[in-house]
Design a protein around this ligand. Structure first.
Ligand SMILES: *Cc1c(COP(=O)(O)O)cnc(C)c1O
Length: 388
């Protein structure tokens, strides 16, 4: 096989071999049901509680404020619907943004069909939401504000602490989707002033299909999966012990490595941004120039389709993305790029490069060598380019 260069860490990251090693005993030796009283069960239970401690220390949370889920999607669904149903006597208004991941915006749309009112706040050209726009939207019926910590397509980081402070003053619950930030930049539930926070292991070198939801002590909730009383009755279903242990190990590793990794990756990011601008005419950086994930680069490359760039890069051994794995099978341009004000044709020409633990300078060298040629070739074939 030819060498592959993976620049799609925002879609998913490989599982760290140390994480895999920590998980291994929980498939056969320590296989017990963590809810069982016998030694086999208690051994599995101990693995889960150790993982909970590791995650709690990454987030500055209390152990009992964390529940394990099947991933970011479930955590977001639970956060939005769980609080909405629990507080429906108090009010029926939810505030969110126009650039949320579908696992937040689709539950909001579902709730609209059930009689809730949802306000979708717009963002500026860098993809940032203004806390004062959120303040203005709050009514005495508002029960929940949900704003993502950083966007998965354009990498823009939101002023979460400020929104959270205001939400607390108003007595409105505040949720953030921190799937893109957990393990990559500091995420502290108290500094961010959040009541609920979602995360997913496979975005920070843990296994797929496991995540967690932070729920601040005292927050009212409606249980999400009905059945047994696992996770203090919040979520029924036998624990995914190996997955949870892997999540814990991934959290521990990120806590140790995060500062150095963010520093290295933001160097690669800034190099990519500068050199792509220098080497290719008619490109525009999407997202915020400074308030940005350390590993995210997103460009619109005028006159060509993002999809054709991807296919060509793939043939050269480079895995990239147009923005979101979730929308890649649809022809609609990204709702995030439309929300920052890009016209349809430019929204269709986006390229996202996201880096991670195993990205090297040489990978970036190779990309910077190949990309201008790919773009040049595609532009030569593009009718849009001819008529420019
Ligand atoms: C990947 C992602 C999710 C979904 O997480 P899964 O664990 O894949 O369900 C939610 N929100 C954001 C911002 C993401 O990037």
């Amino acid at each position: 096989m030819t060498k592959r260069i993976y620049l799609d860490y925002a879609a998913t990251a490989p599982c760290d071999p140390q994480v895999l090693k920590a998980m291994e005993p929980y498939f056969f030796e320590k296989f017990g049901n963590p809810s069982s009283i016998h030694a086999e069960g208690q051994e599995a239970r101990a693995g889960i509680e150790e993982a909970r401690e590791k995650l709690a220390s990454l987030l500055g949370a209390k152990k009992e404020e964390l529940i394990f889920t099947s991933g970011g999607t479930e955590s977001n669904n639970f956060a939005v619907k769980g609080t909405a149903f629990a507080l429906s006597q108090k009010g029926n208004h939810i505030i969110t943004t126009a650039i949320e991941h579908h696992s937040v915006s689709e539950p909001c749309k579902f709730l609209e069909k059930k009689g809730f009112k949802v306000t979708y706040i717009g963002v500026d050209k860098y993809g940032q939401v203004s806390p004062s726009d959120i303040k203005k939207a709050v009514t005495d019926k508002t029960i929940l504000i949900s704003v993502m910590h950083a966007n998965n397509e354009i990498g823009t980081i939101q002023p979460i602490a400020e929104i959270g402070k205001f939400a607390r003053e108003k007595g409105v619950y505040f949720h953030t989707d921190a799937v893109q930030t957990t393990g990559h930049i500091p995420v502290d539930v108290n500094e961010l002033n959040v009541d609920l926070l979602s995360l997913s292991a496979h975005k920070f070198y843990g296994p797929k299909g496991v995540g967690a939801l932070y729920i601040r002590k005292g927050t009212r909730w409606e249980r999400f999966l009905h059945g047994g009383d696992q996770e203090r009755g919040m979520r029924a279903s036998t624990h995914n012990t190996p997955g949870i242990v892997g999540l814990g190990k991934a959290a521990e590793l990120c806590r140790e490595k995060m500062a150095d990794e963010a520093k290295f990756q933001s160097g690669l990011r800034d190099r990519l941004i500068k050199e792509i601008k220098d080497k290719i005419p008619d490109v525009y950086l999407n997202g915020h120039p400074a308030q940005r994930l350390p590993n995210n680069v997103n460009f619109s490359i005028k006159y060509i389709e993002g999809e054709s760039i991807l296919l060509n890069l793939d043939m050269l051994g480079i895995a990239a993305s147009t923005g979101s794995a979730c929308t890649s099978s649809s022809l609609e341009p990204s709702h995030v790029l439309l929300a920052i004000g890009l016209p349809h044709e430019i929204a269709h020409s986006s390229l996202r490069l996201t880096m991670g633990r195993w990205t090297k300078q040489e990978d970036i060298d190779y990309l910077l060598e190949q990309l201008p040629q790919v773009v040049g070739k595609l532009r030569q074939m593009s009718p849009l380019y001819e008529n420019k």
